[in-house]
Every structure is written in C-alpha cells, then in structure tokens.
Design a protein. Structure first.
Length: 602
C-alpha cells in the first residue's frame, strides 16, 4: 500500500508534514527505511507513549554501548552485549564511535566501551574522533556517568589494549564511576568477553530495568550489523564452505613478490557485500608443519586431546583449529612451564626481549630452539585458537554477482635455516586446488565506503595489495555509471613485474572510468619513488579536488606507507591551503569526521 493511501486514511500529520515525510521516504532504500522504522518505534517506546513525555529523559537512562573496531571484533562483542542487555529487559543503543555525537556524552548515564587498539597504541580509525575529544579541553565533567571498558588486543604487541586503558583512565579523570573492572583480552577473547559482559549486565540490571520501558530492545544505529537482519545464515561463527574458482599469480616470474588473484564462489550462500568490506578466511595448517611439530615433541599424531568441549586427535587439532604460523607470548610462557625450561622462562619474563625473539618465528621455530617433552594435551593447551584472516574484497557484486575476489600476497620467507609460509596465504596459494572448499564469511566495514553520491570525486591511494578495495570501487562506479571523477595512486617495486591489474586499470583509464592514474615503481630508477612522492608532485591538483568535495582513501601497509602518505597529505594541505601544521591536522581530522578521509590499513 502506498504511503499516500495510508496517511489519507487516518493521519495526525498536517499536509505539509505528509509531503515532507513522502519526500524523505522516496529518497531512502529499503535498508534505510527499515532503520528509520526501528528508530521511530524505539523513540516512541522511550517516550513511554505518553503525551508530552520528554524523550531525552527516558533515553538518558538507557545503556549506550560504543565500539571502536579495526577488524570488526569489537563491533561483534558490542552487539552481543546489547543482546544480553535486551534479554534482561534493558534498552541498549549500539553505536559506532565514528557515528557518535560527542556532545551527547555529557547526557549519558550508563556507558559501555568496547575497543581494540591499533598500531603503536593508537585508537582504531573509527575511535580517533572520540578519543581526541575526551583528551581535549572540550571534554565535559562526567560525574553522573557509570561506565565499563572492555579492551581487545594481541599480547604480541607492545601496546597491548592501550586504547581501552586510555578510555578507562580518562573517564575516571573526568569524574565518571567505573561499575566493573576493565578487562584486557587477548586474541582468543570470546569466552572471557562473554563472562565479562554477563558480570557488567548483572551489575547494571537493577538500575536500568527500573528506569527503562517494560519491553526492552536493542536500538541498532547506522553502521551496526544489527540494523537489518542479513538474508544469509553464514557468519564468522558459522562460515560458508565456498568453492575456489581461480588462483592466478599476477606478479611476474622475476618479481620478489608472489601476489595471487583469488576468485571464490558464494553461490547458494546468500552472502552479500559492498565495496570496502573484507572476506574472512579460515584455513588448515600445513601438514608438513604439523608433522614436524609432532616429531619435535615426540607426540603420536593419533593421541586424543580435548579442545573446546570435544575430543579429537592432536593432529586434527593442530591442523584445523590451532594457531601455528603466528607466535605469541602466551605460548612461550606455557610451553616453558610445561617443559620445565628455565632458560625459556627467563626469556618469557623479559617482555621486550620476548617480542623481539618471537618476531618472524613460527611456533615450530620456538620448539626447535628449545626442545622439550610435554603431553599432547599440554601442547594443545599452550596454543591458542586459530583466528580467521581478513582480506579486503577486490570486487563489486554489481559486476561479479555471486563471486568474491581477493588480492593475496603470499607470505614466504627464509629464516633460522628454513623456509616459512604464511598460514592463510599459503593455504590459498599452495594447498587449495581449484574446486576445493574454503570456509569464509563477510566482515562488513562501514567506515570504508564510497560516497553516497555518484557525482562525488574520489582519490584512492593503494600501493601493493592495497589496490584490492579500489578495484572493487572502480567496478562499482563503472557499473553504476557514476559521473564523479576517480583518481588512483598505485605503487610497487617494478613496472614489468609488479603492476597489479595493469590491463584492467589501463582499460578503465581509456574508457574514462579512471580520470587519472599515477604510478610509482620504486626500483625502476636510481632514486626510489613512492606514492607519497607522486602525491606531493600532484599537490596543487589534489588540493583542488579536495576543495571540490573529493573523498580520500588509503589502503595498505600501516607500519610505514600509511604514515608516510598521511604526512604527504599534511604537507599538501599546509602548502596549498596556507595552513599551519596544526591547522592541517585539524583539516584532515574534519575530513575524517565527515567520512571524507577513510583508511583500511593493516
């Protein structure tokens, strides 16, 4: 039934309001309409359905759950907490930190923060704005706020869960009251996160259920997966067994890099994705690696072990469920204890030395360096659960339909007298044949999206495999007939060996889908040239594009490239915008808040 027919039957709205409502609805897609419907229902409920009841007064007694997430884990935990709250009769607002209005913070009464940490103790990309606000002079006193903070991280890194620690400390300094001790969780976090969440909700339940509406719900804000139910039954917890279509090497024979173009079928899964999303990939460990580890520890491969409540052979556990290609401090500590190795225990106690030691070493390297005997169960207990690897999706469903494409750099190196191969990349490139199955899921990334308008210009900076999401962007812009200009910066060592998707990009350039293509092949001349050099060379035009409303994107290596590129952008803003260094940083911050400057770095 049309909206006009509905409102004609019995409407409390004026003709002008009806016209405005019809105008708004006509601009919304079905997902946006569903969210608006849920938002209006929640607003009515929070107001208690009473005439003149102040919505803000009711909303202020709800639980706000903010998440800062680089890979999606913090978002999933935040949504799980909201569902736990819902089960206890609590109204919970799940909000991406990038979408959160900092002016609302002074009105909050109950707040839970779930956040990861990125790089050298920095907040994840979507948490930068809130983090900066809290540590600025604008941060309000929060004496009426009760809060709890949950940190997700990796103990392999020096600044483990530092962002969570920052939030916890700063909220306390601003006068807020912690209702539950912060938890800093390692990679295998799920069970501890569930326990922590239950404890927090139990402490908040008496106050929140006494002040909220009788029929509680989760209010899922834009950017949350709980906004609209997905049509697919498959997820990180229940991945889809997809078929590998294509595994094609796209670097030259003499290249120092081995990069593969991977095509996977999603037929029958119901999985959908947008340009900017990632594909999670589960993998099996190399059988040769498993055999060597069992040989070094003198453990029979068919020895039964307990893992996650089930009984399986140690070989099955090592092959299918445990992490062997990434080393981490907890393994060193547990293995040293199980084998009574005093030397290794001493190394494990020195955190800085331990991080250096585990560097490029895989689990088998540590066992080879410090041989010892332990039981099969002790070995399994010392290892952590394997985590899926996330790859930026290199395709648009507008073009490839029920396929998904990846651009995978194979991790391959020699160290400590032997060759090493990455877990997921080695599985995809070397051990998975075309036609074989691979377990996958879609990880949505609402903080790396094309502009809503097809007329908006975009600048994409993606050296190496960072080109992956921009291949998806270009496919999408081509399929939708976008009129906005597209400018790509790409870099790699050699033109003849490492120009990924060369023919496709040249075709886009020829047809006008790509307005500009600037490439930097660093080793093709005496003086190395990188994408940041190309940016500076084109600084005046980049500034002009930004003044025209262009959106700016960076994808690729976080350790060096992303920082060098950001510095080049700051230099451009200073030079061509006549800004000071502080003003240039503020300009980029404003672009980020407006979602005109987005990064997908790893």
């Amino acid at each position: 039934m049309l909206l006009s027919s509905l409102v004609a039957q019995a409407s409390p709205l004026s003709e002008q309001q009806v016209s405005q409502l019809q105008g708004l609805v006509s601009q919304l897609n079905p997902i946006q309409q569903a969210w608006v419907s849920g938002y209006l229902a929640a607003s009515a409920q929070l107001a208690g359905q009473g005439a003149g009841a102040p919505v803000q007064a009711a909303a202020s007694a709800n639980l706000t759950i903010l998440f800062g997430s680089q890979t999606g884990n913090a978002r999933h935990v935040a949504e799980a907490i909201a569902k736990q709250a819902q089960g206890k009769g609590i109204v919970a607002n799940v909000v991406d930190m990038a979408d959160y209005k900092t002016t609302q913070l002074k009105n909050e009464q109950y707040l839970v923060i779930v956040t990861s940490t990125y790089g050298e103790g920095e907040p994840p990309e979507n948490a930068i704005g809130l983090h900066n606000f809290l540590f600025s002079k604008k941060a309000p006193k929060l004496t009426g706020l009760k809060y709890a903070v949950l940190g997700l991280g990796d103990t392999s890194y020096e600044f483990f869960c530092k962002t969570a620690q920052d939030f916890d400390q700063r909220l306390a300094e601003l006068g807020a009251t912690s209702v539950h001790a912060r938890a800093d969780l390692d990679v295998d976090y799920q069970a501890q996160a569930d326990s922590w969440s239950n404890e927090v909700i139990a402490k908040l339940e008496p106050e929140l259920t006494a002040t909220t509406a009788p029929s509680a719900q989760v209010i899922a804000w834009p950017g949350s997966d709980t906004t609209v139910g997905t049509a697919s039954q498959y997820s990180k917890q229940a991945p889809f067994a997809a078929e590998l279509y294509t595994n094609q090497k796209i670097t030259g024979r003499d290249s120092a890099k081995d990069v593969r173009h991977i095509e996977i079928s999603l037929a029958g899964s119901g999985l959908t994705y947008q340009p900017g999303d990632a594909l999670g990939v589960y993998f099996s460990n190399d059988p040769a690696l498993v055999r060597e580890l069992l040989l070094l520890t003198a453990i029979a491969r068919d020895t039964p072990v307990q893992l996650g409540g089930e009984t399986l052979t140690v070989e099955q556990a090592l092959t299918e469920q445990l992490e062997l290609t990434q080393s981490y401090p907890a393994f060193v500590e547990k293995y040293a204890s199980a084998t009574n190795n005093a030397t290794l225990s001493k190394l494990a106690a020195d955190k800085a030395e331990l991080r250096t030691y585990i560097g490029e070493r895989q689990i088998v390297d540590i066992v080879r360096d410090y041989p010892g005997l332990l039981s099969a169960q002790q070995l399994v207990d010392a290892l952590r659960k394997q985590q899926p690897r996330l790859y930026s999706i290199a395709s648009s469903q507008a073009e490839v339909e029920d396929e998904v494409h990846l651009t995978v750099a194979v991790v391959r190196y020699d160290a400590y007298g032997t060759g090493h191969l990455g877990g997921a990349s080695g599985f995809l490139a070397e051990r998975l044949a075309e036609g074989d199955k691979v377990k996958v899921f879609v990880e949505h990334n609402n903080n790396f999206r094309l502009p809503a308008s097809n007329d908006t210009p975009v600048i994409m900076i993606g050296p190496g495999t960072g080109i992956a999401p921009f291949r998806a962007f270009l496919q999408q812009r081509d399929a939708s007939g976008a009129q906005g200009k597209n400018w790509l910066f790409f870099g790699n060592p050699h033109f003849t060996q490492d120009f990924l998707y060369q023919l496709e990009l040249q075709n886009y350039l020829k047809r006008g889908v790509l307005s500009k293509l600037d490439v930097a092949f660093s080793r093709d001349q005496a003086a190395k040239v990188y994408v940041q050099d190309k940016l500076r060379k084109n600084g005046a035009e980049i500034w002009q594009w930004l003044q025209q409303g262009a959106h700016l994107y960076i994808c690729g290596d976080a350790n060096k490239m992303a920082k060098d590129v950001q510095q080049a952008l700051l230099d451009i803003v200073q030079q061509y915008g006549n800004h000071t260094a502080e003003q240039a940083q503020q300009y980029l911050d404003e672009l980020r808040i407006a979602k005109r400057f987005q990064k997908d770095v790893y």
